[in-house]
Ligand binder design. Sequence first.
Ligand code: ZN
Length: 272
Amino acid sequence: MRIKDKKRFIIACAGLAVLLIIIIVVVLVGFNAKNTSAAAADEKQNALATNTQETSANTAVVNTENETSPVADPVASSNEAGEKVSEKVGEGITQVVNKNHSISADFKPDDLVSVDLPSTRDTQLREVAATALTGLFGAAETKGLELFCCSGYRSYETQAELYAWNVETYGVEGAELVSARPGMSEHQMGLAMDVTSASAGFDLLESFGSMPEGQFIKENAHKYGFIIRYPEGKTNITGYAYEPWHLRYVGVDVATDIYSSGKTMEEYYGVN
Ligand SMILES: [Zn+2]
């Protein structure tokens, strides 16, 4: 090869190398940009999902505000105010929470305590309800009856999982009778406890209602501020099947009134 040709060859090689580097850089930059936009899309989708959830929770709260509700607050139109309202909704010990009256997804009582009673698992209640339940369990014990806590406070997320499991197992119609949708459970209020006994196999059975332990709480729970929230034959009003195990704390006065009247909480407060 002549010197002149050699020079040309080197220049051509260098040119090719530069071109190759430029191509690699362009490809890499393009790839990064694609990844970045994919991540952004993901983020947006997450944000959207969160917003949708929040919006529906707030909407539910606003929709469920009812003038006849015992501790009804003025209906707020903005999201911010809606959240404040929903917080109050969850705090009242006599507040009705059901299929028409919900609490927000982020509501969590700030005075939850672990229940120091015989239990099938660790569980929590609001302090006032836990103290009252200790009284009820003690009274049962004096009659030779041992009650067990089964499930107290449940977060919105736990309730969502439970409801989804029930839908999968029983279908929507069946699930609606036995499980609250997330945001519609008294368990999220920290004011409800499902109780059971050894005779019920530590399970939640309808037959618990006719067992000595079930009979005892039916006749005595109100003295400690609890009601059997979903009584027998009231499904058309409460929306739930008979649950002799589900105790709801409302305070002694209201519980005694409700017990004496034989009404459901909905009938007592005149709400749907
Ligand atoms: Zn329950």
